[in-house]
Each structure stands twice: as C-alpha cells, then as structure tokens.
Design a protein around this ligand. Structure first.
Ligand code: HEC
Length: 314
C-alpha cells in the first residue's frame, strides 16, 4: 500500500514538473557541461529562431512568386550564405535582403572577391564570400576546409555564422547550440569533446540526439577541420560590415594537453571515446566515405596537405 502511495506521489510530482516546465515557471535546465560544471546550454530565443525561419521562408516565397530573385536562383541561397544580407552600410536604395533586382547584384557581391572564370557555384560561395584563414587554432586542421563541410551539413541548424539560428533551428528541440558562445561556453570544451559530439552526435557526449552523428559522412580529418573552423569563429557576432564578416575574431586559446589533428591517434582518451562510436557508424568502411558535399577541387584535400599548409605554432 505504502509503495503504491509513493508511486502515485512520484507520478503526481513528475506531471507537476512537466506542467511547470511547459508554463515556463521552471528555470532552464542546466544540461550542458563546461569544465565539468553543469551550465545552461547557449541557444537562441524562440523568437529569434522564428524570425530566422520566417526570413528564410520569405526569400523562398518571393523567389517562387517572381517577386524577387535570389543569387543564382538557388532559394533561399542569400539567407543561408549571408551573401545578400543587408550590412550597416547598405540601405533600401543600395540593396536589401539579398534580392538582386535589376542590377543582378547583391550587397556583398561587389565587395567580396568576384568568382573566377568557370568557378563552380559552390566554390564561389565558399571561396569568395566567406572568411578565410591563414593560420589555425588546431594543429593539423584547416579551418578553411572545415568551413566548407560546415556549409554543407551544419548551416541549416547552426546558422551561417554559427549562431545557432539556421532556418530549421526553431523546429529542433532542444535548440541547436550557439557555436560562437566562446568565452561563455565553447572555449571551455575540449577538442575531444567537440570532435566526439560531431562524429557521434549529441548522444555520444550526453546531449540530445537532435544533434545528428556525422561520422558516416565525414572523415576524421574533415571533423578536425570543422573543429578548427568552430575555434576560429568562437566569438563571432552578427557582422555589421563586410570587413567584420571577413575577419572573424576568436578568443580561443589552445588548452594545454588537449589533443589535436596531429596527435589524436596516440591519445588513449581519444581511442576510448571512439571505440564504441565506430561500431555504430556503418559508413566508415574503407573508401566508403565521400560525403554529400564533396566537390572536386574544393572539399577534402589530403590530410597531409592540410597539416603541411597550416601553421602549427602558437
Ligand atoms: C538537425 C539539426 C542539426 C544539424 C544539421 C547539426 N546540428 Fe549540431 N547540434 C544540434 C542540436 C539540437 C544540438 C544541441 C543538442 C543538445 O542540446 O542536447 C547540437 C549541438 C552541437 C554541438 C555540441 C556543443 C556542445 O554543447 O558541446 C556541436 C559541436 C555541434 N552541434 C556541431 C555541429 C556540426 C559541426 C554540424 C555539421 C557537421 C552540426 N552540428 C549539425 C543540431 C544540429
């Protein structure tokens, strides 16, 4: 009898918690870990995410109805890339929201490198209209390569400048992480943690499976390159000018003893963390991984080329 009462009480309490949580009376749960402490996960407000989705839909609708064009007719390319985004120095007269109109141009078009003759659309975007880096914060990993994979797989949830505000974000629960919350959160995570989250998905690091596992699409070196890109973008705010957009700031400091793309294979922590994960990743067989965003001459240089090219001293 006592047992039954206890169970009944527990059930009552549980439903009360659910009610309070949905009424917004319970403070946001601290389910994210940074330096071993539980903290609130950095995510965008629902309002901001709804606005992001609406803007995306608006561009798509306008394009479909012929009201406005989108760069290359890829809807809604401008929202995803930020190529056509209004900047501080543009107004309604010089261009708005990426719609090319009669000029055939968008705001960033004239200010960031013009595409080279014959350059594929995808490479134009990744090479000419986005920040590039001449050094890395993760030895052996190239943030420029990582950026390209990020644009293929991550942008719809985490947003074009990694601020957790992609057009799908409002439909995902829990919300995608703001990957630029450097000083507050991201810089406190180890490379191993980020690598594992990307390769094995949220569940591999005790987060939600709404962060998918990418280990069936990306090679380990690709993932390292993405980690380098996230580190390089660790404190990026929504850009107010093209200059700001092209020169992202990062306060990330290499954590002593943390693994990187040159030494990870020797790390017991790494081997332990990956062992179970690899079993679940079906696409990892020899030669099986190409990656949905693979572009000849664009994505995926040989890892040796990356390590040679990128500065490894700090
Ligand atoms: C379908 C939406 C979606 C896509 C696509 C996606 N993510 Fe996520 N990501 C999430 C969500 C949601 C979370 C937060 C999970 C949680 O809070 O439990 C997350 C969390 C993360 C984290 C963990 C941060 C932490 O708190 O430790 C990293 C790193 C990350 N994502 C990187 C990426 C990268 C890189 C890609 C592309 C290869 C990507 N994500 C693609 C939804 C997505």
């Amino acid at each position: 009898m006592r047992k039954l009462q206890k169970r009944y009480l527990q059930a009552m309490l549980a439903s009360l918690v659910v009610m309070l949580a949905s009424s917004g009376l319970v403070a946001a749960e601290k389910r994210c870990a940074a330096e071993g402490k539980k903290v609130e996960c950095p995510v965008q407000s629902d309002k901001a995410l709804q606005a992001a989705q609406d803007a995306y839909d608006q561009e798509a609708n306008d394009m479909a109805s012929g009201k406005a064009g989108s760069t290359y007719g890829i809807a809604p390319f401008d929202y995803l890339t930020g190529v056509g985004k209004r900047t501080e120095s543009t107004d309604a007269n010089t261009g708005d929201s990426g719609y090319a109109g009669a000029t055939g141009r968008t705001e960033l078009w004239d200010r960031v490198g013009k595409p080279k003759e014959g350059e594929a659309v995808y490479n134009q975007w990744t090479n000419n209209w986005s920040p590039s880096f001449d050094h890395t914060l993760v030895p052996g990993a190239d943030p420029n390569e990582g950026k390209q994979w990020y644009y293929v797989y991550c942008i719809t949830c985490h947003g074009w400048t990694l601020q957790g505000n992609g057009p799908s974000a409002v439909d995902i629960d829990p919300r995608p992480r703001i990957l630029t919350a450097g000083d507050k959160y991201m810089n406190k995570k180890t490379n191993l943690e980020l690598f594992t989250a990307i390769k094995g998905g949220g569940e591999a690091v005790n987060l939600s499976s709404s962060m998918p596992a990418w280990g069936n699409f990306l090679l380990d070196q690709d993932i390292w390159n993405i980690v380098a890109w996230i580190r390089a973008m660790s404190d990026v705010n929504p850009p107010k000018s093209v200059e700001e957009y092209l020169n992202p700031q990062s306060s990330y400091k290499v954590v002593k003893g943390d693994i990187n793309a040159l030494n990870y294979k020797d790390s017991d922590d790494f081997i332990d963390a990956q062992e179970m994960m690899e079993i679940d990743l079906g696409g990892r067989g020899e030669g099986a991984l190409v990656g949905g965003g693979y572009v000849e001459g664009g994505l995926r240089k040989k890892p040796e080329d990356v390590a040679d090219k990128v500065g490894q001293k700090y």
